[in-house]
Design a protein around this ligand. Structure first.
Ligand code: SAH
Length: 355
C-alpha cells in the first residue's frame, strides 16, 4: 500500500487495477497519509493560496431530467426563477466591490438564455468589472454557442462529466448522451477555454471501478479545473431513497485526483460544507484550492436547490467573504481574490485563439 501511495505521489499515476485495490484497502492511517501527500503536491503547484470564485446562480429552469438533481424538469415542486441581465450584473458588481475578480455564472439548461442574451451579459460584466475572469456553467450547448461566448470574453467553462462510466452515466441521465457530454468537453478545450470537468461521489450503483474510471479519465483529459462533490439525495427526485455520498469518500477522491492531476484547480464544494460544517476546510487539507462563495440574491437562493439543506442560504456576500477568509486562514492557507488562473495558462494563449 505504501508503495502505491509513493507511486501515486511521485509519478502521478496508477493503473485501473491499482486504484481499485488501493480504494479497497484504505485504512484511517493511510487516508491521513494520502491527504498530507495531496496537500504537499498542491503546495508545490499553488502554494498556500485558495482562490475565490463568486458564484451567481442565475436560473433554476432546466430542460434536462438528471435523476439526482432537484432542478430536473420533472420536479414540479421546484420553484423556478430567472435573473434579469441587470440583476446578474448587480450581483457581479457587488462581488467586485468586495474584491472578487473571478465569477462563475451557472444555471440549469435554460434556453431562455440564448447566445445573444448571455453574450450581452458577459460583455457588460467585463466592462463593469474590468480584469475579471468569467466562468460559464450552463450545460451542453452547440459549438457555435461555445465559440461565440469565448469570443465575447468568457475565460472558463465548467461542465462536470458526472461519471466517466458510460453505463452509469446513461442510467442517471434519461434522454442525454454520454458521447455528447464528452464531445462538449473536447470542443470547449479545442476552442481555448480553461475547462472544468468533475464527478459526484456516492451515486447509486457507483463502485470503486467506476471511481477508477473517473480518475483515469481526468488524468487523460487533464482539465484545468476539477469539481468533485458528494451526491446528496433530493427528496423530490427518483433517487430520494439513495444513501448518497460521504465526506470521507469524497476527501479520498479529492486527494487522489490532486495526486493524479497535480496542477488542477479544485473547489472545496458547497456540497462538502452541507454534509459537514468543516467539510470545505477538510477538502482544502486534502488538496482542494478553490472556494465558491455564493453571490446570488438572498431571496432566490433557496430555489437553486440541486439538493436540500444547502449552506449559506441567508448569508450576505460580505458575510460569506469574511466567513470563508476566516475558515481558510485558520486552516493555514491564504485567500486570493484574484483571477486565479490555472498555473499553466497565459492570457497570450487566449488571445492567440481569438485571432
Ligand atoms: N446545468 C449545468 C450546471 C449543473 S449544476 C451543467 O449541466 O453543467 C452543477 C453540478 O451540481 C452538476 O454538474 C452536478 O455534478 C451537481 N449536482 C447536481 N445535483 C446534485 C445533488 N443532488 N447532489 C450533489 N451534487 C449535485
Amino acid at each position: 500500500m505504501e508503495a502505491l501511495l509513493d507511486k501515486l505521489s511521485e509519478q502521478h499515476e496508477l493503473t485501473e487495477e491499482e486504484i481499485v485495490w488501493f480504494l479497497g484497502h484504505l485504512t484511517p492511517e493511510l487516508k491521513n497519509k494520502l491527504y498530507s501527500r495531496a496537500s504537499e503536491v498542491r503546495k508545490q503547484y499553488y502554494g498556500v493560496s485558495v482562490y475565490s470564485r463568486g458564484l451567481i446562480e442565475f436560473s433554476s429552469y432546466c430542460k434536462q431530467d438528471c435523476l439526482y438533481c432537484g432542478l430536473r424538469r420533472s420536479n414540479w415542486s421546484a420553484e423556478r426563477y430567472r435573473l434579469t441581465e441587470e440583476e446578474i450584473l448587480e450581483c457581479a458588481a457587488e462581488g467586485y466591490e468586495l474584491g472578487y475578480r473571478s465569477f462563475v455564472l451557472q444555471s440549469g439548461e435554460d434556453i431562455h438564455y440564448s447566445e445573444q442574451v448571455i453574450t450581452s451579459i458577459v460583455r457588460k460584466l467585463k466592462l463593469r468589472c474590468p480584469d475579471t475572469a468569467v466562468t460559464l456553467s450552463v450545460g451542453e450547448r452547440s459549438e457555435g454557442f461555445y465559440r461565440a461566448l469565448y469570443n465575447a470574453g468568457v475565460d472558463r467553462y465548467l461542465l462536470r462529466h458526472e461519471t466517466a462510466s458510460r453505463a452509469l452515466y446513461e442510467s442517471l441521465h434519461p434522454g442525454m448522451s454520454y458521447d455528447n457530454r464528452m464531445d462538449c468537453l473536447r470542443i470547449l478545450r479545442g476552442i481555448g477555454y480553461q475547462v472544468g470537468a468533475g464527478f459526484m461521489v456516492g451515486l447509486p450503483g457507483q463502485t470503486h471501478r467506476h471511481l477508477a474510471e473517473d480518475l483515469l479519465f481526468l488524468k487523460a483529459f487533464h482539465p484545468e479545473m476539477i469539481g468533485i462533490g458528494p451526491f446528496i439525495p433530493h427528496s423530490a427526485t427518483p433517487l430520494k431513497e439513495a444513501a448518497g455520498g460521504t465526506v470521507e469518500d469524497t476527501l479520498v477522491m479529492i486527494a487522489m485526483t490532486r495526486l493524479m492531476v497535480p496542477d488542477a484547480l479544485m473547489p472545496a464544494t458547497t456540497a462538502m460544507g452541507t454534509l459537514d460544517p468543516a467539510g470545505r476546510e477538510k477538502a482544502i487539507q486534502a488538496g482542494a484550492n478553490v472556494v465558491m462563495p455564493i453571490l446570488s440574491p438572498l431571496q432566490i437562493r433557496r430555489k437553486y436547490a440541486l439538493y436540500e439543506q444547502k449552506i449559506c442560504m441567508g448569508d450576505e456576500p460580505a458575510h460569506c467573504r469574511s466567513c470563508l477568509e476566516m475558515r481558510i486562514a485558520i486552516s493555514g492557507y491564504r485567500m486570493d481574490h484574484g483571477r486565479g488562473d490555472h498555473c499553466g495558462y497565459s492570457r497570450l494563449t487566449k488571445k492567440e485563439h481569438q485571432e
